[in-house]
Design a protein around this ligand. Structure first.
Ligand code: SAH
Length: 363
């Protein structure tokens, strides 16, 4: 039994079953045993690989996007570049290299990284040592200082806890984690239906068939980001895997060593994620009076931002093996096959309405 499972069993013994979201929070962020708190999960030797780890092209294009947005904003000085959940700092490092072509931006720029994991923060400090712009770390987006800002986040929202509701004859019930008849951790339903399902479940899903699962996340963070860009000026770009339309269905999954494993096995030792509901992100941003751009497929965003030309330039200066690797990375990032990220991942941006259409988006 993992140390965190022992702790979860103590919590269940004292307070009864816990909601899925609280379980996920403990598994990912428990101050001693949380998955992200205790390790760097990224890369071939870890549990999963993200787009910036596939190729430098991804972070470079995000950097060029930020530079274009900054110009569109009227080149405000100073400007914050904020990243949520920066992992190893790879995307920020590649983005900052790309924005060097605009010295007037570099001299106005400071970087804010929002990161809860001490292990990954150290990794970011190493990756970003010597980039030549001031960097501040925060545990919470709310601690980022005032002023115009451009926010980027890749594979961040999927790591935020989800709660699950299950439709029963008498309404929607919170899904909980308690102990089964065999004494193992097991899913259970809260016996009482939640009082105000309309506040959570979108109208088109309210009469979903009995047994349907609806997953939802708190919109505190994204609502806060949208409010901030509307108030101080700027834009936010969120890229992640997920669905465009509101949907029922269970997507909570556990990954270890690039493989799916049981969600309740080995708490704290496996990565837990759930698909991002882009319709819910859009609702959060719209409530803050932000204008929405997209969501569109990652492949479309990267092509419009020029990934093909970037790949061609890299290949022109590459050995044969490097050129093959560039082509493979291009396919992985922008292709729409089942093992590729271009169609599965989506991008959404939001900004104050006055900013107009954003680069890479068709609106
Ligand atoms: N964006 C990176 C890493 C993705 S993994 C990439 O694309 O490679 C998710 C990242 O979010 C990790 O850095 C993790 O430590 C961080 N994270 C998870 N939950 C967080 C939270 N609540 N607040 C801030 N960072 C968080």
């Amino acid at each position: 039994m993992t140390p965190l499972e022992a702790e979860i069993r103590r919590i269940i013994a004292a307070d009864g079953p816990l909601p899925v979201g609280r379980f996920m929070t403990l598994c990912l962020a428990h101050p001693l045993h949380g998955y992200y708190v205790t390790r760097d999960p990224l890369g071939a030797a870890g549990d999963f690989v993200t787009a910036p780890e596939v190729s430098q092209m991804f972070g470079e294009l995000v950097g060029l996007w930020a530079a274009a947005v900054w110009r569109q904003m009227g080149s405000p000085r100073p400007i914050r570049l904020v990243e949520l959940g920066p992992g190893r700092g790879t995307m920020m490092s590649d983005a900052l290299r790309a924005v060097r072509i605009l010295p007037e931006l570099c001299s106005a720029l400071s970087v804010d990284l929002v990161e809860t994991s001490p292990v990954l923060r150290r990794r970011q400090e190493q990756t970003l040592a010597g980039v030549g712009v001031p960097i501040a770390w925060h545990g919470d987006f709310a601690d980022v200082g005032d002023g115009p800002l451009i926010v980027v986040a890749n594979e961040f929202i999927d790591a935020l806890p989800v709660d699950q509701l299950v439709r029963a004859a008498d309404g929607w019930h919170a899904r909980m984690i308690g102990l089964g008849a065999d004494g193992e951790l097991a899913f259970a339903l809260d016996p009482d239906a939640i009082p105000r399902p309309d506040a959570i479940v979108p109208p088109q899903l309210r009469n979903a068939p009995i047994g349907s699962v609806y997953e939802w996340r708190s919109d505190r963070l994204i609502g806060g980001v949208a409010e901030r860009v509307v108030r101080h000026g700027g834009a936010a770009l969120v890229i992640d895997y997920g669905h465009l339309e509101p949907a029922v269905g269970e997507t909570l999954q556990a990954i270890r060593g690039h493989r799916h494993v049981a969600v309740l096995a080995d708490p704290g030792e496996v990565d837990l994620t759930a698909h991002v509901d882009f319709a819910a992100l859009a609702r959060s941003a719209a409530r803050a009076a932000a204008r929405l751009h997209g969501p569109i497929r990652q492949g479309d965003l990267l092509r419009r931002l020029g990934i093909e030309a970037r790949a061609a330039r890299l290949k022109a200066a590459a050995t044969r093996d490097q050129a093959i690797a560039v082509d493979a990375a291009l396919a992985r990032l922008a292709g729409s096959g089942p093992a590729e990220m271009g169609g599965l991942f989506k991008a959404i941006a939001f900004a104050p309405p006055r900013l107009g259409p954003l680069p890479g988006f068709d609106n």
